[in-house]
Write a protein that binds this ligand. Structure first.
Ligand SMILES: [Zn+2]
Ligand SMILES: [Zn+2]
Length: 167
């Protein structure tokens, strides 16, 4: 995605883009749809503030129960740019440099960073996903299984053994 810099007015400008997600994330199996991106550019002296938002639908496999589901992830990020002519700026912000005389700004890397940072490492179908039964493998979101009641308290097991030995 490119932002036109020449003739950029003083007031914040909003740019929108919708296109194939694989331009920004290299995972066509998960993200086969389009990404929607909104970029707002604020001019602050010789620097630019970029506020990014994106919506990215995907087809995921739950980390806990293995079910597949679709979800749209939303991302937000803030990035700062400064023109090459700047110099001598003391700040704790991290700026990317806008090359001297640039007429447009490529913000594709910022979009990629925002997506990679924003995607959770473990994606769950829901926060209270009950996962699979460790004994029989049943998906506990959909089915009940008898395993829970069959797991006997070890103290009862000892009693049971005694009882069995007597009879
Ligand atoms: Zn799940
Ligand atoms: Zn079970």
């Amino acid at each position: 995605m490119r932002i036109q810099l020449s003739g950029l007015p003083l007031e914040p400008q909003t740019f929108e883009h919708r296109g194939a997600a694989d331009e920004y994330i290299n995972d066509r199996d998960t993200f086969s749809g389009d990404i929607y991106i909104q970029a707002i550019i604020h001019r602050e002296g010789n620097s630019l503030r970029l506020n990014l938002e994106a919506e990215l639908p995907g087809q995921f496999i739950c980390h806990r129960c293995g079910d597949s589901f679709t979800r749209t992830h939303c991302f937000k990020g803030e990035y700062f740019f400064i023109s090459d002519e700047g110099g001598g700026l003391s700040t704790d912000r991290e700026f990317s440099i806008i090359p001297k005389g640039a007429v447009s700004l490529d913000i594709s890397q910022e979009i990629r960073d925002m997506i990679l940072l924003g995607l959770p490492a473990k994606i769950l179908c829901s926060n209270d996903c009950r996962g699979l039964c460790p004994h029989c493998g049943v998906n506990l979101n959909k089915d009940e299984c008898a395993c829970q009641t069959e797991v006997i308290d070890p103290r009862w097991k000892a009693l049971q053994k005694l009882k069995n030995e007597k009879s």
